[in-house]
Write a protein that binds this ligand. Structure first.
Ligand SMILES: *[C@@H]1O[C@H](CO)[C@@H](O)[C@H](O)[C@H]1NC(C)=O
Ligand SMILES: *[C@@H]1O[C@H](CO)[C@@H](O)[C@H](O)[C@H]1NC(C)=O
Length: 135
């Protein structure tokens, strides 16, 4: 086998082993839907009625020169303070993924302008409901 084939096989295998069962039903949410991660979008309304489960993903699409995506504490979130983020999810392409891999609240905001025109989003991640019983 070519070396690259071995590497690819190893990566695929690692991926298969690492992915827990609930991941099968994991959802990837495009934040803001067609409005993406932009100023003047009501993200509180976007969150309404949605359930976020362990293993789901948030997908942020935005102008990379203007915005970013940072995780902050609840207090900083409420005050729109981005000076000491807990985590920086920005990778530079304007397309960033936030894996919801812990059952807790996530407080996310645009750090470039400190919640620039409402660019803040908080989600609470729940344990997935049990699968339906087998017939
Ligand atoms: C976040 O990470 C990106 C990519 O490494 C970096 O360019 C950017 O400066 C970081 N932003 C903050 C606020 O740490
Ligand atoms: C969740 O994902 C983040 C970012 O990829 C990672 O740093 C962290 O260790 C993960 N937490 C768990 C519990 O896997």
């Amino acid at each position: 086998m070519a070396r690259s084939t071995v590497v690819i096989a190893a990566v695929v295998l690692a991926f298969l082993v690492a992915v827990p069962v609930p991941e099968v039903t994991a959802k990837k949410y495009l934040v803001g839907d067609k409005k993406f991660w932009n100023p003047n979008v009501n993200y509180a309304a976007w969150v309404q009625g949605k359930h976020f489960y362990l293993g789901d993903w948030l997908y942020f699409v935005f102008y990379r020169d203007q915005h970013n995506i940072l995780e902050v504490s609840k207090t900083d979130y409420e005050r729109c303070i981005s000076n000491h983020p807990l985590r920086n999810y920005t990778r530079g392409a304007g397309r960033d993924i936030v894996p919801l891999n812990e059952t807790r609240a996530y407080y996310l905001l645009d750090g470039r302008g400190g919640c620039f025109h409402g660019m803040k989003l908080s989600v609470t991640v729940e344990t997935p409901p049990p699968p339906p019983p087998l017939m």
